[in-house]
Design a protein around this ligand. Sequence first.
Ligand SMILES: C[S@@+](CC[C@H](N)C(=O)[O-])C[C@H]1O[C@@H](n2cnc3c(N)ncnc32)[C@H](O)[C@@H]1O
Length: 293
Amino acid sequence: MRAKPFLKWAGGKTQLIDQIREQLPLNIIEQPFTFIEPFVGSGAMLFWMLDNFPNLEHAVINDVNTDLTNCYLTIQNEVENLIKILAEWEFELHNLSDNQEEKKEYYYTKRTLFNQRNLEQTEQSALFIFLNRTCFNGLYRVNRKNEFNVPMGSYKRPQICNVENLKLVSNALQNVTILNGDFSQTLEFANENTFFYFDPPYKPLSETSSFNSYSKDEFCDNEQIRLAQFCERLNNENYSWILSNSDVKGKDPNNNFFDDLYANFNIHRVNARRSINANPEKRGKLTELLITN
Ligand SMILES: C[S@@+](CC[C@H](N)C(=O)[O-])C[C@H]1O[C@@H](n2cnc3c(N)ncnc32)[C@H](O)[C@@H]1O
């Protein structure tokens, strides 16, 4: 068995991995290398890399979402305690399974507790995982005050504590450096032979499909531009990278935002499926961009 993502996360990359594999910089990964993922989210790419590349000497992950990176730290260092707490909550919730009102009260009490953010890290991480497994569509959405505000989902008996996978994840994370902050801080962890994979919040295809509020700070066009400049810098310093993003040109042929930003690099258009979307009609096939240097 291999470790797999322990969260549901918008933009999870499981379905793009075959296409990413085709673009990997072979000259880098056929020797001992460092892997850096500055926007880790639920880490589908991280776990796949850890599992498939014996030459991967060191991995560095980062995300601006502190609740998320604390969760990685808890699994790395405190997995047994985490499992104890989650197993107890799963048992309690499943025991309420016929009583909708009691289930609701259970969920919203946990959500309030999470938003107070005054528990020690292991319990706070357990709350994060609990909410992720039981909320509507596994969404992560916070308001301006960083309060998680997703309503309860309609699962009958959601799995909250996957003991085997949490242990596998903990094991896989033992040689991983976990950072919390802006993507740009990862540069100082690069060494000679380093491969970066960037999966930033996607540029929305339209105003209404704005699905990139994972954190209280929006990832607007200026952020996309700052990221492209960072990639340019990495290229100048001889690092390899792959970046994914939405294909805004697929929706509007006159929209050259990414074609212009990454004009010096290779732009591949690939088929992908969105896994989290409240509207089933929007779950269909879409092209996405994989850009490489
Ligand atoms: C598209 S998601 C990554 C999905 C991930 N590849 C997966 O498989 O689940 C983008 C992530 O970028 C993070 N993020 C947003 N702005 C950031 C920034 N300035 N620096 C680092 N991470 C950021 C968000 O918290 C979110 O987890």
